[in-house]
Design a protein around this ligand. Structure first.
Ligand code: SER
Length: 355
């Protein structure tokens, strides 16, 4: 009784970590529309004003600081969590233990908060978690090329700290959803049909391309960097070989897909983890298209052996058929259409307005 009174007093909210990052930008704009849930957003750095005004509350907080998270969530009944905070693949190789701390321990904190809140209110808390193509790993470039489009459970032998962290967190999410404290007397563990107090859902993003923001610290950054450099009229040295191929999608497609997975009826989901992607161009094909749209673009290729090895360990393409069957995922754009209808018009406008 006491608990339900407590529940009535607290405001229902959606909690977003890493809110100031690229995905956070798009997600907050979409979620702030007509929903009844307050957005509570955190980041390690100041969240910019244009995002702050779309949220009920924003906080500077470290996902590794469990006490701080508890304090700031004390007033809310968290219904959904989008856990975006992470150290990406390139940056993680420079400080692997820090990456592990943020990417894994931060995720455990979030899963534990979800389990506690779910238990307190007697309804599952949805945790939506972005994973990555970095969970894959091939022994050689030949093996990568032979494999073609890979499904969710093949070749999961990551060679980066970020990939190891994401793959492990996918498993942790499954554990909290299905088996959490399974031997405890008061266990709230779910099974495949009844997913317990944590409703964990995960999308594996390919490289993401936004017209509005530039990523920091990733290895798939060569595509957005190339495009933004051309739009700003500055030369770009690509750190990857021209023939390198990994999957990509635009940021609006990634946001739509994430929200679509979050909204899917629970009983339609046959997996915890879903691949999503729209196209798989080589770096050279992207450069050609950038030059078509920005004829003055100055793009050269000066591969960095070590970052190249990371890209060579990631798949050429993803098999996204289960996401299509279970919750209707379908790409909006081909690469050409993404340039014509979203990237070039938006990016041109953006840099015009700052020049
Ligand atoms: N964009 C990520 C990175 O490059 C991969 O998912 O680290």
């Amino acid at each position: 009784m006491e608990q339900s009174n407590l529940g009535e007093r607290r405001k229902p909210a959606v909690f977003i970590t890493g809110a100031g990052g690229e995905v956070g930008h798009g997600l907050i704009s979409s979620l702030s529309g007509d929903r009844n849930l307050d957005i509570v957003a955190t980041d390690l750095r100041d969240i910019e004003q244009s995002l702050r005004v779309q949220c009920a509350e924003t906080y500077l907080a470290d996902v590794c600081d469990r006490d701080a998270l508890d304090r700031l969530l004390a007033m809310y009944q968290v219904k959904e969590i989008y856990h975006l905070a992470a150290v990406l693949s390139t940056r993680a190789e420079l400080a692997p233990e820090v990456a592990h701390q943020v990417n894994v321990n931060g995720t455990v904190n979030i899963l534990q908060i979800a389990a506690e809140q779910g238990r307190m209110y007697g309804e599952p808390v949805k945790v939506v978690f972005p994973s990555s193509i970095a969970v894959y790993g091939f022994g050689s470039l030949t093996q990568k090329i032979q494999a073609g489009a890979v499904s969710e459970y093949e070749y999961c032998k990551p060679s980066t700290m970020y990939g190891c962290n994401k793959l492990y967190c996918e498993h942790l999410g499954r554990y909290y959803a299905h088996s959490y404290r399974q031997l405890a007397q008061d266990s709230v563990a779910g099974d495949d049909k009844n997913r317990g107090v944590v409703d964990f859902r995960c999308v594996r993003y390919p490289g993401l391309i936004s017209a509005e923001t530039i990523p920091t610290g990733g290895t798939s950054d060569f595509v957005p960097e190339m495009l933004h450099a051309a739009a700003r009229g500055v030369p770009y040295k690509c750190f990857i070989r021209e023939d390198s191929r990994i999957p990509f999608m635009t940021m609006p497609e990634a946001i739509d897909a994430t929200l679509k997975l979050a909204a899917a009826p629970r009983n339609s989901l046959t997996q915890i983890v879903y691949n999503i992607a729209s196209f798989s161009p080589s770096a050279g094909e992207v450069a050609e298209l950038v030059k078509q749209h920005f004829p003055k673009a100055n793009i050269s290729f000066e591969p960095d052996e070590r970052r190249q090895a990371i890209v060579d360990s990631w798949p050429e393409a993803l098999d996204c058929s289960v996401a299509g069957n279970d919750w209707g995922f379908a790409p909006t754009y081909t690469l050409e259409k993404a340039f014509e209808e979203y990237l070039v018009p938006r990016i041109t406008k953006q840099y015009e307005s700052v020049s």
